[in-house]
Design a binder for this molecule. Structure first.
Ligand code: ADP
Ligand code: MG
Length: 323
């Protein structure tokens, strides 16, 4: 088995990708969900010395942009704002909720760890094909009338049919490099619980005039792909996807639906190729898992329910992918 770059005596490092719980843009609902999951997360942190948390922002980023757009029509002092700034804002306030809630749980448990959020930029290619083919769904499911009205108000908005409704889609370029990687690693080395790459990170490209500078681009990176990059940079030993279902299933939504427990890379790879995992939902998790395991086969990936986080981390629930 390959040896971790950080040496065998180092504490186990775990990347936890928080999904499901940020599925609502309502602040009270989001906070309620985070409160419900915090004791479970604390347990996860307790059994593992170094934890990096990341999370989604699909509902929130759309809400933030719409809030400014609507307000700007009423009040000339409020400008409309673009997706990169909305990404930064949502990373900030979701990180704030997580910091506050985790710190309160830690205080109750007599732990004195620090928690910090890193507003994270992720470099993408300016010519990534996704800019011409937006596929990442953000915001709520709308009626045709609502979607048409939004497209009328903002010509850059695109919608696709999703079941009975319509979802807004944006470009989702492949994440290439975490700009704040060094900051994240420094915090981890100094015993911080780090929240980073929220919402997949803010997508940026290099400024053509100055190679050291970045500019934001209107897109949303798939958080599961960004989490994979975070796992690489941190040389993580384990990768845990917490979501709103009990794991990866075969025959999803059909007769014979079955959640996968312990499964090897070749087995789950075959299921992925057969199209068992929903694109834009479960498939990116499995894809990131396979990439993560390919790089260092001694690693483990778990996918399980956020409401059962402690059991998932202990390996007592969810799907466990390994070589
Ligand atoms: P998040 O990324 O926030 O965790 P997603 O909605 O992107 O949440 O992914 C989880 C969803 O994936 C589940 O709610 C489920 O509807 C969907 N899904 C699609 N295919 C599968 C599958 N094969 N097994 C389990 N869930 C699946
Ligand atoms: Mg998702």
């Amino acid at each position: 088995m390959p040896v971790t770059k950080r040496g065998a005596d180092k504490p186990r490092r775990i990347v936890i990708s928080l999904g499901g719980l940020t599925s609502s843009s309502m602040l009270s609902h989001q906070l309620e969900l985070i409160h419900a999951v915090a004791p479970e997360l604390l347990h996860a942190i307790d059994v593992n010395a170094e934890v990096i948390l990341t999370h989604g922002n699909g509902p929130q980023i759309h809400m933030a942009q719409r809030a400014f757009a609507v307000a700007s029509t009423e009040d000339p002092t409020v400008p409309p704002i673009d997706l990169p700034e909305c990404g930064a804002m949502t990373q900030g306030y979701i990180g704030y909720h997580l910091q506050q809630t985790l710190a309160a749980e830690m205080h109750k448990a007599g732990k004195h760890w620090h928690v910090a959020t890193v507003i994270t930029q992720i470099e993408v290619d300016a010519d990534d094909p996704s800019f011409g083919n937006p596929t990442k769904a953000i915001g709520p499911r709308l009626t045709k009338r609502q979607a048409d009205s939004l497209m009328e108000q903002d010509a850059s908005f695109k919608f696709v049919k999703d079941g009975e409704g319509y979802r807004r889609v944006v470009a989702s370029p492949r994440p290439r490099r975490i700009v704040e990687s060094e900051s994240i690693l420094n915090l981890l080395d100094n015993d911080f619980v780090v929240i980073a790459c929220g919402g997949g990170g803010i997508p940026v490209v290099r400024d053509s005039d100055d190679l050291g500078c970045y500019v934001g681009v209107p897109a949303v990176i798939e958080k599961d792909a960004a989490a994979g990059l975070l796992g690489d940079d941190c040389d993580a030993d384990e990768f845990i996807f917490l979501t709103d279902v009990d794991g990866a299933a075969v025959n999803w939504g059909k007769e014979g639906q079955r959640f996968l427990g312990d499964i090897t890379v070749p087995e789950i790879h075959a299921y992925m190729k057969a199209g068992e995992f929903g694109s834009g939902t479960m498939e990116p998790k499995v894809r990131a898992a396979l990439r993560f395991l390919e790089q260092r086969p001694d690693r483990v990936v778990r996918i399980g329910n956020v409401r059962n986080a402690a059991a998932v981390v202990r390996g007592e629930a969810g799907t466990c992918i390994h070589y």
